[in-house]
Design a protein around this ligand. Sequence first.
Ligand SMILES: Cc1cc2nc3c(=O)[nH]c(=O)nc-3n(C[C@H](O)[C@H](O)[C@H](O)COP(=O)(O)OP(=O)(O)OC[C@H]3O[C@@H](n4cnc5c(N)ncnc54)[C@H](O)[C@@H]3O)c2cc1C
Length: 410
Amino acid sequence: MDTILVGAGVAGLSAGVNLARKGVQVAVIDELPPASGASYGNSGFLVADTAMPIALPGMYKKVPSWLLDPDGPLRVRPSYAAKAFPFLARWLWASRMQQVHKSNEAMRRIQNPVFQDWKALVAPQVYSSLIRETGQIYLWDGVGPFETRIEDLLRSKFDVKARELSQQEIKDTFPGITPTIGRAMLVPGNGHTINPGRLVQAVKDELIEAGGAILHERVQRLWPAADGGWSVMTTGSLRKCRRVVVAAGAWSARLLAPLGIHVPLESERGYHVILPNPSIKLAVPILHKTGYFGANSMEMGLRLAGTVEIAGLEAEPSPSRCEVLVKQAHKLFPGIKHDEPIFWMGHRPSLPDSVPVIGAVPGFKGLFTCFGHGHCGLTAGPTSARLLTEVMVGASDGADLQAYSISRFR
Ligand SMILES: Cc1cc2nc3c(=O)[nH]c(=O)nc-3n(C[C@H](O)[C@H](O)[C@H](O)COP(=O)(O)OP(=O)(O)OC[C@H]3O[C@@H](n4cnc5c(N)ncnc54)[C@H](O)[C@@H]3O)c2cc1C
């Protein structure tokens, strides 16, 4: 085998497709079916124009009130607080304005080409049936919190098109919406998918079509082999390859730690609810900036997603996080009717500066990474995978991947 990719989410599958199309012999290994993790359960927003790091200046002042509010957007499980501390400390440090600009620029480079890169990845009929270039509408109760000013500044830096909507336009676009919405803004350059799981499964189809393989195994350990390649111990067998790409989402750090490579990766556990057969259908998805959740009409119903819970990879889900999302839906659309909500929890693979690690791992010939996309991996995964695989097939020297180097954490 030439290249093993660990993880069949959007990152690993997209990188696998690009390599297979160049004639590289590849296998993507995942014990779960393709697109089972965050790549399945996300909000489906394709955020071409509004790359926003999670840590913003002044946010630290809000953290205590968020933590005390059971319906708040951030929760740290008390039993996990000590383990979460190093990540949270780095996250607060990343909220310096200088770092925010750096992260914003790095994120924008891999988010802005989202539509071209998804077009290159999947068949035209898949693209046209699952992706909508409709823009997104941001909503605020009142005039919006403090971070709105920073977001306005970052948008103006790249001359991002955005238009404030009048109260009448809000009512016309979203019949039945609560009158408490004080501000609404259309960002026309963004878009969405109506089924992220099906979209990422289409990438798996492209992988197979291009001659790649999927192996349903879990990678237990990987190490450099004496012949200069890699040994990959899985639940199926000991596999040998020339190169390995670690694209195992929130689990990636666990595979690297035994090699002495430490990355401050944390799972920002996120939740979604699907409201089946909803009485409202959104033509344009909503990002509710005051409530910190997204709402998107999908093939299976209205999906509301958001909230951040820091509790590690093992803890059981908290249904109360999903109940908060149902409550938010009813606050936003007071008369909404729907069938029994369906709850889901998944792991956003997050780094404190919101910038993923993409590229070769210095000092480890044949080892590459493509993980840490946090809140924006459905958007940035295909472009990250393209930039990575250009390096792997010798089409790029990797100079443009400097900002994503894993070395920044060493
Ligand atoms: C609630 C929520 C809302 C979101 N909304 C959006 C959005 O609107 N827009 C957007 O762009 N992004 C969004 N995201 C983020 C996005 O979904 C993720 O960044 C992206 O899916 C990460 O992709 P990935 O391939 O890195 O990881 P994953 O999709 O998590 O895939 C990683 C895979 O690795 C496998 N794996 C782990 N360990 C091993 C091992 N040892 N051996 C083999 N396989 C292994 C796992 O089984 C998993 O299938 C959201 C995420 C969540 C949770």
